[in-house]
Design a protein around this ligand. Structure first.
Ligand code: NAP
Length: 305
């Protein structure tokens, strides 16, 4: 298949491309970071007026996966207008264009659409109540996308992995600090369902192959605190877990409001795919093996001449 990926320099985009480029033809959209990628890249700012038609006319894809976003929560609070343009208006235009052209479309949303007040796992039937600008613009994107294009897939995600800049994911935060013997905090009262980003990419492709549509939770099958996640990283890499101080997010000093419980059920996804979602330990082992095999350096080399 020919897969068009917006946001290909991002954490999801670059790993999706890396994961799928041997099986599929990848065409990424990038503003200029990638100079040495082993797949085709269209240079375009997605906020240009002609961007949507330009990328679809140039690539003529079989599938489009929208990984572009303003995904920094603090940046969204500082610039709500830009957050709306990228997180809501752009997905709406992409969804509409894909409907017109009959191209299966995946839009990436977030686990953060929920307020975290439920004392149990959230299902796709639960009512979202986004706490901040980022999550509000993402929830608006879900409605916009499915109104324009009811056949689209909306995937609520959360993932970790190796990134282009080496600092995008929570796993890199813990790994970087632990390898530099720097102490750090880990939140004990923020629960999430981490999954290796390569698994996210594999699941999204399976969803496209199966012709799924609508909202899905595409996260890991195991819920844990961010502190516990840091400890798991430390143990897997044989680094000193004592450097991670358990802490409440209440004392984090972060401006953007965050939900404490982002435990999402993956029952609908595993049922409709007819398979289990990869276990946390399996993903963590792959993350470790990637490190041992120079995967982070390989990805980073795509932005170097
Ligand atoms: N990371 C997570 O665990 C997580 C959790 C929940 C949801 N999500 C969602 O997953 C998706 C991917 O997230 P991510 O972590 O991969 O984000 P990311 O690393 O911040 O990547 C965002 C991508 O969007 C691109 N982009 C932003 N503005 C653009 C513009 N005007 N024109 C062209 N490209 C533009 C960025 O390009 P530049 O590199 O040029 O800026 C980058 O490639 C997003 O929808 C995000 O909301 C992620």
């Amino acid at each position: 298949m020919k897969i068009l990926l917006t946001g290909v320099s991002g954490l999801l985009g670059i790993n999706f491309a890396q994961e799928m480029m041997n099986e599929h033809e990848i065409i990424g959209v990038d503003r200029g970071k990638l100079v040495n990628a082993p797949f085709k890249v269209l240079k375009k700012d997605l906020l240009d007026d002609d961007a949507v038609d330009f990328i679809l006319d140039s690539a003529q894809p079989d599938w489009l996966v929208n990984c572009a976003a303003l995904a920094d929560l603090e940046a969204c609070e500082e610039n709500p207008y830009l957050a709306k343009l990228l997180n809501t208006d752009l997905p709406r235009r992409l969804a509409r264009a894909c409907k017109t052209r009959n191209i299966p479309f995946v839009h990436i949303s977030t686990d953060a659409v929920f307020d975290g007040e439920k004392g149990d796992a959230y299902t796709e039937d639960d009512h979202p109540n986004p706490p901040g600008v980022y999550s509000k613009t993402k929830l608006d994107s879900e409605w916009a996308v499915l109104t324009e294009n009811p056949n689209a897939i909306v995937a609520r995600v959360n993932f970790y992995g190796w990134s282009l800049g080496g600092r995008r994911s929570l796993a890199e935060f813990f790994h970087n600090n632990l390898t530099n013997s720097k102490s750090m905090s880990g939140f004990t009262d923020v629960i999430f369902c981490p999954i290796l980003v390569n698994d996210t990419a594999r699941l999204l492709v399976k969803m496209l192959q199966k012709g799924l549509r609508g909202v899905y939770h595409v996260v890991g099958p195991q819920a844990m605190s961010k502190y516990q996640f840091g400890v798991e990283i430390a143990r897997r890499f044989s680094l000193p877990e004592g450097e991670i101080t358990p802490k409440s997010v209440t004392f984090s000093g972060l401006v953007a409001k965050r939900s404490n419980n982002l435990w999402l059920s993956t029952h609908k996804l595993s049922t409709d795919l007819g398979e289990d979602i990869p276990a946390f330990t399996t993903g963590l082992s792959e993350f470790y093996t990637q490190h041992q095999q120079g995967y982070p350096q390989k990805i980073r080399s795509y932005q170097q001449k």
